[in-house]
Design a protein around this ligand. Structure first.
Ligand code: ATP
Length: 334
């Protein structure tokens, strides 16, 4: 007979739209199996502080369309101390948890591997981060919505940029990966995309020279606006320094818009709701099947399992196809 499992779940790291859909699917799948689903609040803090509650279908009623995470998320410094992971493991033992499902990014998966040293329950990770930097999955939960949100905002910036024939530098999120920058830049027809994949800190002056030339040509040809999508944490001293460099080089005026946390919030688009629901169901199945220290990701429509250790070693690069396509064709002027 199937053991009645006690499954713990938490959301960790930066929140991502769709995390709620994953939690909902886990809670509902546990209910069908007559399992107990325990939610830990505020990321790993909930484990360290034993901030726990039993989740029922009532808790996940109408959460599919909500951004953020009903479990709350956090970056937990305590997990980085020598005693943190052991303390987390002690809570799992105390709560008699059989399997822990963590929805987060690679940092959260590192945390799981530390907990594993002190606890022998099952550990299952779901890729939940707007950055899309995890390998072994086509997309992470939240990425598609973050891209859509940024596109919607940039389309509006384009309108006003067109009206005044202006140059805009728009900074987008992504921590240290260019998935958001490239996808958003391509989808909005940005004339320039500056991201980790096509940037070298030693070449900032030549990038400014080239951009200036392109902008002046664009203005001469009476194209109406010029959008530069800039990945966060890329340009030395940020977008202000790039703006200043363009002014110094060619007297080019530009506006700056930092999209920031707008990209994290908002209702998840259907694609993220479906991905998260599928992975949430698969996570409970993985617990039933005794899968351990795995990340579940969707690749070509199939849910695949990857050892957690692998997922933190290998990051997913932006498709070279898109990098080349933008450089050679899609920036909109030749
Ligand atoms: P995002 O991609 O949205 O930033 P993430 O999961 O990568 O998500 P991090 O802040 O890197 O976000 O990690 C989340 C949490 O995981 C950290 O706050 C910390 O509590 C835990 N964590 C990260 N790295 C480790 C580690 N080496 N050992 C133990 N815990 C860790």
């Amino acid at each position: 007979m199937q053991k009645k499992l006690r499954i713990g779940v938490l959301t960790s790291g930066g929140d991502a739209p769709g995390m709620n859909a994953a939690v909902r699917a886990i809670v509902l799948a546990c209910k069908i199996q007559n399992f107990t689903c325990m939610g830990f609040s505020h990321g790993y803090n909930g484990l360290l502080d034993d901030e726990t509650s039993i989740l029922t279908s009532r808790h996940v009623n109408d959460v599919l369309r909500q951004g953020g995470t009903v479990l709350r998320s956090a970056r937990c410094k305590g997990m980085l101390t020598p005693d943190g992971p052991k303390q987390a493991a002690n809570t799992l033992l105390k709560q008699d948890i059989d399997a822990l499902i963590v929805i987060g990014g690679d940092g959260s998966f590192r945390g799981m591997l530390e907990i594993e040293k002190h606890w022998d329950g099952l550990l299952v990770g779901l890729p939940g981060t707007i950055d899309n930097d995890l390998a072994f999955c086509d997309k992470t939960i939240g990425f598609a919505t973050a891209v859509q949100t940024a596109c919607d905002a940039i389309d509006k910036i384009r309108d006003t940029a067109n009206a005044f024939e202006r140059v805009f530098i728009v900074e987008v999120m992504g921590r240290h990966s260019g998935h958001i920058a490239f996808h958003v830049g391509l989808a909005t027809g940005a004339e320039a995309i500056l991201s980790f994949e096509n940037f070298d800190v030693a070449s900032t002056q030549s990038i400014v020279d080239e951009l200036s030339q392109q902008i002046l040509k664009q203005q001469h040809d009476k194209h109406s606006s010029f959008l530069i999508v800039l990945a966060e944490n890329l340009w030395p001293n940020g977008p202000e320094a790039l703006k200043k460099a363009l002014k110094v080089k060619a007297n080019i005026e530009s506006g700056i818009c930092i999209l920031g946390h707008i990209q994290r919030g908002g209702s998840p688009i259907a694609e993220d709701r479906l991905l998260a629901s599928k992975l949430g169901l698969a996570a409970v199945d993985a617990c039933i099947n005794g899968s351990h220290r795995v990340m579940l990701g969707e690749l070509n429509g199939e849910v695949i399992k990857t050892d957690l250790e692998q997922t933190i070693k290998q990051h997913k690069p932006v498709s070279p196809f898109w990098v080349t396509a933008h450089k050679n064709v899609l920036k909109g002027f030749i």
